[in-house]
Design a protein around this ligand. Structure first.
Ligand code: ZN
Length: 199
């Protein structure tokens, strides 16, 4: 334990995802020794992002206005929606340049162990988007792990009765992993080879 503000900084850093107590301490001491101008840039970036960035009213992606860049773009096909877990998955898929539709960000995946159910995700918002009949295909691109598969099955059961084409990314993605860790070529191929889900 350190004195006052130093310990406060370590505690705050330690609350970040993936930062354990040792890393928190290392980052804190790095910042203590860093050039004040460098630290100010970090502080400014944090304040700016919290002041300016929000989540898109339609798809839940990160946005700097009511709608994100993709929902605002009239060239994007409004009839196909790719459902992903997190905004970082949108970034990974955009890099492949294989997909010209729109997205829906769930904000996570179903995980009974962590107490995350469908009501904790943006499923209701997805159903609302489907109500006007413009969307005809849903591509489920949740992570290729246990939670992602459970979420895909849940969504497919929910969506299929609506008469939509419900597809899942082709296999070939590293199983047990995270969508963002797939390389662009593999992820691009998984899009091309997407298959209908049978439930
Ligand atoms: Zn959007």
């Amino acid at each position: 334990m350190y004195e006052g503000v130093v310990q406060d900084l370590i505690d705050e850093l330690g609350r970040l995802p993936g930062v354990g107590p040792k890393s928190a301490q290392r980052i804190a001491f790095h910042l203590l020794q860093a050039d004040p101008a460098d630290v100010k840039r970090l502080v400014d970036a944090l304040s700016e992002v919290k002041a300016r960035v929000r989540f898109c009213d339609v798809c839940g992606n990160v946005a700097e206005a009511e709608l994100c860049r993709i929902c605002q773009d009239p060239r994007r096909d409004p009839s196909i929606v790719c459902v992903v877990e997190e905004p970082k998955d949108v970034v990974a898929i955009e890099k492949t340049r294989e997909f010209r539709g729109r997205y829906h960000v769930l904000g996570g995946a179903i995980s009974p162990i962590e107490g995350v159910g469908p009501d904790d995700l943006r499923v209701k918002e997805l159903m609302t988007r489907l109500s006007d009949g413009e969307i005809t295909e849903i591509i489920i691109a949740t992570d290729p792990n246990l939670e992602g598969e459970a979420t895909a099955t849940y969504l497919a059961r929910l969506l299929r009765p609506l008469g939509l084409r419900v597809t899942r990314l082709a296999s070939g993605l590293p199983v047990g992993g995270d969508l963002e860790y797939a390389d662009e070529v593999t992820l691009g191929r998984a899009f091309e080879g997407r298959r209908l889900i049978d439930v």
